[in-house]
Every structure is written in C-alpha cells, then in structure tokens.
Design a protein around this ligand. Sequence first.
Ligand SMILES: Cc1cc2nc3c(=O)[nH]c(=O)nc-3n(C[C@H](O)[C@H](O)[C@H](O)COP(=O)(O)O)c2cc1C
Length: 249
Amino acid sequence: MTAALSLLESRHSVRDYSLQPVSQEMVRSLQADLTMTCTHEAGLWFQMRTQDSDPFRGFLRSYGMFRNPTNYVACVIDPSYPDTIERAGYFAEQFVIKAVGMGLGTCFVGGTYSADHVNVPLRAGQRILMLVLFGVPAETPRALAGAISGLFKGKRKEPRWYFEGTDEEYADACRQFPWLETGLAGAACAPSWANGRPVRFAVKDGAVIARVDTKVEHNLIDLGIAKYNFAAAVGHGDWEWGNEAPFIP
Ligand SMILES: Cc1cc2nc3c(=O)[nH]c(=O)nc-3n(C[C@H](O)[C@H](O)[C@H](O)COP(=O)(O)O)c2cc1C
C-alpha cells in the first residue's frame, strides 16, 4: 500500500477532543493552506477559528455528540460561482488529510451546530455550507476507540463496490486504467454525510468519471470529498469539476 493511501485510511471522524490546544506551528501551517485555497478558488472562503466552541454549545447538551470541540473551519461559499459545493468538499477534505497527517483528529459537521453562533463574517450572497472540526484527539484506549468508530462506521467497502458496471466491465476498466483500483481504494476511505456513500465511479466516453444523485445537495459535498481521496491515492492527475466529469490522469 502507498503512503498516500495509508494516510487516507488512517482518517476517521473524531468526536472526542482533548483540551490541549493545537500548537501554533500547526495552526500557522494549516492556515497557510487555507489561504492558498481561498486565493485560488473563486467562491470559497474558508475561515479558521481556534479556542471557540460557541457553535456547538446547545448540541453538546442535547445530543452529547462532541466532547471539547474548540477548533473549526467554517466552509463559507458563494453559490453564484460554479461547483462551489463540490469544490468545498474537495478542499475541506484536503485540509482534513493535512490535519490527520499532523496527528490531529477531524470531523465534518453538516448539521449538528448552530449557524447563528459561528463567529465568522459573511458577505452578501455567502453562506456557511458546513464546519470542519479539528483538534488534538482525546486519549481513548485503542480497543474502545475501535469499538466506538465501528458503531458509527460499519466496515469499509471494497474498491469494486464503488464501480458501476458488471464484473467484466470492471476487469476491463482495471486493465485500461491501471490506477483505477487504487483510486477507488482512496474513495472507499472518504467520509460522507451520515455515511451515505453516494459517490460511484464508471467509465464513460473512454474516461473514468464520478457521479452522484444531484437531487440531494449534500451529495455534491461527498462528490468533492471522494474526488480528492481518489486523486490523492492515485498520486497524479486531476478531476474536472462537475457531476459525471472525467479524471484526467
Ligand atoms: C458533509 C458531511 C457532514 C457530516 N456531518 C456530521 C455531523 O453533523 N455530525 C457528525 O457527528 N458527523 C458528521 N459527519 C461525519 C460522518 O458521519 C462520517 O464521515 C461517516 O459516518 C463515516 O465515518 P468516518 O468519517 O469515521 O469514516 C459528516 C460527514 C460529512 C462528509
């Protein structure tokens, strides 16, 4: 297994954090990446807040979801630009994998926070799409952590599960695109809204494409996340943006 794939595999959603602050050095490095993303990606404005648990207050009491959530990135988009939801998913996952590489824990938060208590400015036309929580994970004994994440997650699917087509078509595709199985293995490690795993890959017009049912808005976030993981696992190539858009190896 490649180093990139094992990093993707090591990520899981962390809901229990230590009170220990994230080091200034890590915060600066993560912030530098976010600045780069916001400079290059029209319609995305990702804003980091540390030592601020306001958005989660009510939710701690009512659901007991997160423990000590104190650092987050507010993923702000201006949906008048193209593909902002999908691109937000892609670049949020890029942030997550960078944080995981530093030994931090992360969790996408789509619903269980109070948008009114997210302390970031919004300009006309902008809205908060989701938050990404990050921080030093609480020390949980390995066996217990495994049992808890097993409850949330269920087992990861095989790469083949993400490919739309017959076994014969899959075998053909793997011969034609030797990196396909690695890409699918990356996508299999991707987080998704309520673990819905809505993204599928297929071959269309001689290229590998990724698609979701676009009637559900948050499927587009998951599309961007899965595309990031696919490309990161393969280690070369780029996705075009959009549903059913091709991977250019
Ligand atoms: C867009 C998005 C929104 C999510 N929203 C929440 C949330 O509000 N609360 C939560 O506890 N987990 C949330 N999750 C985490 C998923 O439940 C989690 O990724 C999924 O169960 C797979 O588990 P894993 O991340 O440990 O692999 C969200 C994930 C994504 C991708």
